[in-house]
Design a protein around this ligand. Structure first.
Ligand code: AMP
Length: 326
């Protein structure tokens, strides 16, 4: 189970942190993936563009390889049962631990004028989203590790107080480690809404990709053989490892180590490989977005599958808590 907020265009971080794993999981597991529209309201109260973003994120999920016939692909707000579970979990979540959450503290700094209770209880709603399907594996990027730890704590408290209903969920990646795709300038991570000029989006056209990469900071090159790479150069290598062939990366690594590297050539190659990677995804998104009936159909069927799973869980939850009076 996992989700992505419809707060803007999806980017390489979403792809390599989340979507790539979703696509691999769909053949091995029973999967639930959602567009986290309610979560987006904690930071994006203006809903004038919400419909447009929800449809796009859904199309981007499919364009990256998710098959709505194999998984439940749905909108968070279409699964009303989650609201009920969130309410019960709130009684097991403590103000102190919520206030200490790193993402909460970051967002308080970003939007001091809108520190709403939804922002504080974001990890509680996220836990409800996950455990409503009694999910165990949650494909997410590294930034979500702490939230998953909180989900496990809520589950342990629920099971301890009311009896075993939920398995403990954990962050999942097919590789050894959770991913963090850095921004092109090496100053942070790629993001939907911050640092947009240093983020590569799945919707970027060939020219924008080329411009963003060619503009990336470099220097006059290493002066000592086999020296460590500065952050902004490391980023270029990291991105190249994601989209270029192994031999290409190896060639530039060798050139770096023996001081013959020309960053201009490296960026040109990275830009071309990135364009080849993004272009087919962008084109598929554009064609899916033209088909309103298909998008509606995906949402309706996805919500039905999610509801069937949630109803079973909520029966167990109400029974375990002791909310049956006759
Ligand atoms: P969000 O964009 O915050 O809705 O996150 C959706 C998914 O993408 C989550 O699983 C995140 O962990 C993942 N994600 C977002 N940004 C990055 C990034 N720069 N690197 C790796 N994963 C990311």
């Amino acid at each position: 189970m996992s989700g992505i907020r419809p707060t803007g265009f999806l980017h390489l971080g979403n792809y390599f942190g989340a979507l790539r794993n979703y696509v691999r999981m769909q053949d091995e597991f029973e999967c639930f993936f959602m567009v986290a529209d309610i979560h987006s309201l904690t930071t994006h109260p203006d809903t004038s563009q919400l419909k447009h973003h929800v449809r796009r994120v859904l199309a981007e999920n499919i364009a990256c390889g998710l098959d709505p016939d194999k998984v439940a692909l749905y909108c968070q707000s279409h699964l009303r049962e989650t609201g009920e579970l969130y309410l019960y979990l709130n009684m097991l979540a403590y103000k102190g631990e919520l206030e200490k959450t790193v993402t909460f503290k970051d967002k308080v700094k970003l939007q001091p004028e809108n520190v709403n209770a939804g922002l504080l209880t974001y990890p509680v709603l996220q836990a409800a989203d996950i455990i409503i399907h009694r999910a165990t594996l949650v494909p997410v990027g590294k930034d979500q590790e702490q939230h998953l730890e909180m989900s496990r704590n809520f589950v342990k408290r629920f099971n301890h107080r009311y009896g075993e209903v939920f398995p403990e969920p954990r962050a999942f990646n097919f590789g050894n480690e959770l991913m963090r795709v850095p921004s092109l300038d090496g100053s942070g991570k790629m993001s939907k809404s911050e640092n947009q000029s240093a983020t590569i989006y799945l919707a970027d056209d060939d020219d924008s990709i080329r411009k963003k990469i060619m503009k990336a900071k470099t220097d006059s090159g290493p002066t000592k053989k086999n020296s460590p790479k500065p952050d902004y150069i490391e980023v270029l290598f990291q991105l190249m490892k994601l989209v270029s062939d192994e031999e290409v990366v190896k060639k530039f690594e060798e050139e770096y180590n023996n001081l013959t590297i020309r960053y201009g050539d490296m960026k040109k190659k990275l830009a071309e490989d990135m364009i080849e990677f993004i272009r087919p995804i962008r084109q598929r998104v554009e064609s899916i977005l033209k088909d309103d009936d298909y998008i509606r159909d995906v949402m309706v069927k996805g919500a039905e599958k999610a509801r069937a799973s949630a109803e079973v869980t909520m029966d167990k939850v109400r029974e375990a808590i002791g909310l049956r009076y006759y």
